[in-house]
Design a protein around this ligand. Structure first.
Ligand SMILES: *[C@@H]1O[C@H](CO)[C@@H](O)[C@H](O)[C@H]1NC(C)=O
Length: 360
């Protein structure tokens, strides 16, 4: 205790000496080390946070809430015991953080939960595994074997996610609902990330000004906008330069059939290479949770374009290459840079929209 008081006094003196007289000074710890659940409890005065290797025991969760502008880095991986806690098991609640995972992992031990039933049955699976609140830039991190949904993005200001690997390859037979990124946020870029999983690579549920570019998705359900529920809006999305392989679907816009006051607008696809082995290469539907059913009319989908560089979709299952199941869609959709092949012939119900160009 004595030591702590002495240290704090010294820190105040140093900070005071350097600060201009008009500034109110507050002691900042130079570097805070997170090496246990307890050590993460109060990081509010930490401008630099180092996360070392440690384990999170059952029943515990961690929230990293550092000082504004903090740099946060990892020097080891964090392992999560099979837990009774509900997700998120780890939250970054940051303001203007600069995070570098240095290639270390959050290990969810999903294999201890996976039973083929996902979040709708069987073993209770904490989800999401990792959540981002606040805002910042986040790079060079591995999410390994999430029990269910891997990353939830609920950032509140401009944020970027680069070089993040979601590796749920081990769930190929029993993993389910292992979404890569679930996004309800605006002003966001996700680029150069890789997702190996068994559900959506990304699912954008609400938000505007979102860029998803140069990412790689394998084994899952492709790049999704939605599912969109009542009152939710997605607008201004660019999906470019991504590669999707061995996927159930390629890219989808899915709006709940009963959604009202909901919309999806201004979505641009450019330069994507998509390969699906089961269902639609590209699907726009207002009849979700059906792929193609009786579409709702309480939502609007507008301005869905394939422009810029060519997007190439290859379908190898026996499903239509492209499906559009609109009850209420609008505008002229420029599909000049879409080439879809394989599968069965496309099934298009426009519900008020028009499509120009494209080969599908
Ligand atoms: C989509 O294409 C239509 C038709 O060319 C155009 O009017 C609209 O501005 C485009 N939307 C975007 C977001 O580029």
């Amino acid at each position: 205790m004595q030591y702590l008081v002495a240290f704090t006094t010294l820190a105040c003196l140093l900070t005071g000496a350097l600060a201009s007289p008009t500034e109110t000074t507050q002691a900042k710890r130079a570097t805070c080390t997170v090496n246990s659940v307890a050590s993460a409890a109060d990081l509010s005065d930490c401008t630099s946070v180092v996360i070392t290797a440690f384990s999170v025991p059952s029943g515990e969760t961690v929230t990293i809430k550092a000082a504004s502008g903090a740099s946060i880095s990892m020097t080891g991986s964090v392992t999560f015991s099979k837990t009774t806690a509900s997700g998120p098991l780890w939250t970054f609640d940051t303001s203007n953080a600069n995070f570098n995972g240095n290639g270390y992992s959050f290990k969810g031990n999903g294999d201890l939960y996976w039973d083929g039933e996902g979040t709708s049955g069987g073993v209770t699976k904490p989800h999401p595994f990792i959540k981002f609140e606040g805002y910042g830039s986040f790079t060079d991190l591995i999410i390994k074997n999430s029990p269910a949904h891997a990353i939830s993005v609920g950032t509140t200001s401009t944020s970027s996610f680069t070089n993040i690997l979601v590796d749920n390859l081990d769930g190929a037979s029993l993993g389910k609902n292992t979404d890569g990124f679930d996004v309800s946020a605006s002003d966001l870029t996700i680029s150069g990330c890789k997702v190996y999983n068994q559900d959506d690579c990304i699912a954008i549920n609400s938000g505007s000004n979102i860029v998803f570019e140069n990412n790689f998705c394998s084994g899952g359900h492709g790049i999704s906008i939605g599912s969109i529920a009542t009152g939710k809006t997605v607008s201004g999305v660019t999906i470019s330069g991504n590669q999707v392989e061995e996927s159930m679907y390629g890219m989808r816009i899915k709006v709940d059939s009963d959604a009202t006051s909901a919309s999806v607008s201004d979505v641009t696809y450019s330069g994507n290479t998509i390969s699906t082995n089961d269902k639609y290469g590209f699907l726009v539907t207002q009849s979700y949770s059906a792929d193609f059913g009786t579409p709702g009319t309480g939502s609007t989908i507008s301005d869905i374009n394939f422009t810029g560089s060519q997007t190439k979709i290859t379908v190898s299952g026996s499903y239509p290459r492209v499906g559009v199941d609109c009850g209420h869609c609008s505008g002229t959709w420029n599909w000049a840079e879409l080439v879809a092949s394989g599968g069965e012939s496309s099934d298009i119900i426009l519900g008020g929209a028009k499509i120009s160009g494209g080969s599908y």
